[in-house]
Write a protein that binds this ligand. Structure first.
Ligand SMILES: *[C@@H]1O[C@H](CO)[C@@H](O)[C@H](O)[C@H]1NC(C)=O
Ligand SMILES: *[C@@H]1O[C@H](CO)[C@@H](O)[C@H](O)[C@H]1NC(C)=O
Ligand SMILES: *[C@@H]1O[C@H](CO)[C@@H](O)[C@H](O)[C@H]1NC(C)=O
Ligand SMILES: *[C@@H]1O[C@H](CO)[C@@H](O)[C@H](O)[C@H]1NC(C)=O
Ligand SMILES: *[C@@H]1O[C@H](CO)[C@@H](O)[C@H](O)[C@H]1NC(C)=O
Ligand SMILES: *[C@@H]1O[C@H](CO)[C@@H](O)[C@H](O)[C@H]1NC(C)=O
Ligand SMILES: *[C@@H]1O[C@H](CO)[C@@H](O)[C@H](O)[C@H]1NC(C)=O
Ligand SMILES: *[C@@H]1O[C@H](CO)[C@@H](O)[C@H](O)[C@H]1NC(C)=O
Ligand SMILES: *[C@@H]1O[C@H](CO)[C@@H](O)[C@H](O)[C@H]1NC(C)=O
Ligand SMILES: *[C@@H]1O[C@H](CO)[C@@H](O)[C@H](O)[C@H]1NC(C)=O
Ligand SMILES: *[C@@H]1O[C@H](CO)[C@@H](O)[C@H](O)[C@H]1NC(C)=O
Ligand SMILES: [Zn+2]
Length: 318
């Protein structure tokens, strides 16, 4: 039953949606020309045509040192009962964590952020890589994203999406190894995939493991940092990105399970679930400031020559 007020409300919502190009109801995808990333930009969906988009290629020779990029504080990462559900979203597989149990701070972030979920991006088995960030052009087999929201928003995503630093995402590159079914945590994680084969299927996480266990072998004090966006529509430009330098090593047989177990809503096997790298548009990628170099920097050379000139002049006068 449509009263004029309802109609006005609906029209108003449509107008707002059109102005912002919101994709809430629009079907987007990775691998079909009718809804792939070219469409996200040309439609445009949300902010996907913006100027601080993600992911990026990390050019290690042009990364800049920044002394603010100190170590993170990881809270709750060793707690073995924080994960609640695992879900096939039609675009990825996502694990949700209990509210306020797991947090990050430090790491040059402006405050504390609450971990809400993690999800993955992949190619087509261990032979066809599918990470989102690339390093000097190298694409890794997979990438794990831990998504966090500034604590002051108490989980209100609508509010966080209005803050250019509302979200912080942690990216972990996944490298393949020949051994079988390692690490144990990844074997447990992938054991849930048969329970979420189809889009919108959800299962409870019953056999628990700490988030730390998924991140084995990574020195979490060494990372790249830049300001970017969500890598899926609406591509909101509100993300402080951290990509860790060390990869997590995962057995090929486990990597293969993602592209052979999960289906999109179409339904086709979920493969190549990554967005192309975007243009930096003048953004620089930062990392920890390097320990003082033994080599002469231009600044030091200049200072030294001033000192020597002084000594020479002093000697002449004396
Ligand atoms: C691509 O999407 C269109 C529109 O949704 C659909 O008709 C078509 O079957 C899809 N093609 C493939 C290869 O999935
Ligand atoms: C993105 O598209 C919107 C709507 O067409 C437009 O207003 C905006 O200027 C575009 N942004 C860029 C960076 O091109
Ligand atoms: C990487 O950065 C260096 C130094 O700025 C530059 O010379 C080189 O062309 C860049 N490479 C790529 C692939 O962008
Ligand atoms: C671990 O998480 C559970 C909630 O699942 C919570 O009750 C417990 O207090 C946490 N343990 C620690 C040491 O924080
Ligand atoms: C990190 O945690 C330590 C110990 O709990 C605390 O003293 C310190 O203030 C925290 N640092 C940040 C940046 O949150
Ligand atoms: C260094 O990092 C801090 C913290 O992320 C940031 O606020 C600052 O703008 C960065 N400095 C430069 C020169 O980019
Ligand atoms: C993925 O790999 C499988 C097995 O090699 C192959 O049959 C399939 O066509 C590939 N899918 C895509 C989308 O390339
Ligand atoms: C989030 O915050 C906005 C603005 O304060 C409010 O209108 C909305 O109801 C909140 N949403 C939730 C789920 O609390
Ligand atoms: C892993 O297996 C491949 C193919 O069998 C082989 O070429 C490669 O040398 C192996 N790598 C290691 C480190 O054993
Ligand atoms: C996953 O599916 C198996 C087989 O149908 C079932 O036994 C198991 O209880 C399910 N696990 C969860 C967590 O739903
Ligand atoms: C998951 O757990 C909740 C209670 O925590 C329960 O209501 C629900 O039925 C469970 N779902 C499945 C699929 O087992
Ligand atoms: Zn992601």
């Amino acid at each position: 039953m449509n009263t004029p007020l309802d109609t006005m409300f609906v029209l108003g919502s449509v107008l707002v949606a059109l102005v912002h190009g919101e994709s809430g109801q629009i079907h987007w995808c990775y691998n079909n020309a009718s809804c792939n990333e070219n469409v996200w930009v040309s439609a445009p969906l949300g902010f996907c045509n913006g100027t601080r988009q993600s992911p990026l290629n990390i050019n290690t020779t042009s990364v800049k040192g920044n002394s603010s990029l100190i170590a993170f504080n990881f809270t709750g990462f060793s707690n073995r009962s924080t994960m609640t559900t695992i879900e096939n979203t039609g675009h990825t597989v996502k694990v949700t964590l209990g509210d306020g149990l797991v947090k990050i701070s430090g790491g040059g972030l402006p405050g504390t952020y609450d971990v809400q979920q993690f999800h993955l991006h992949w190619g087509n088995g261990s032979g066809v890589p599918g990470s989102e960030h690339t390093v000097d052009g190298k694409r890794y087999p997979m990438e794990l994203h831990i998504v966090t929201v500034k604590s002051e928003y108490k989980g209100n995503i609508t509010l966080a999406l209005t803050d250019p630093e509302g979200l912080a995402a942690l990216g972990f590159l996944i490298e393949k190894t020949n051994d079988s079914s390692l690490p144990k945590s990844w074997k447990i994680l992938t054991s849930y995939l048969p329970n979420v084969t189809n889009s919108d299927q959800k299962a409870n996480i019953t056999q628990q493991f700490p988030l730390d266990d998924l991140l084995v072998g990574v020195d979490r004090t060494k990372y790249y940092r830049y300001l970017g966006s969500l890598t899926t529509p609406d591509c909101d430009e509100v993300v402080i990105w951290t990509v860790f330098k060390d990869p997590v090593k995962v057995s090929k047989n486990l990597i293969d399970l993602f592209s052979t177990s999960l289906y999109t809503s179409d339904p086709v096997l979920m493969t190549n679930t990554y967005r192309s790298t975007q243009v930096p548009n003048g953004r620089s990628i930062m990392t920890q400031a390097s320990a003082s170099s033994p080599l002469m920097t231009a600044d030091r050379l200049f200072l030294l020559s001033l000192v020597m000139l002084h000594v020479l002049l002093w000697e002449r006068d004396a």
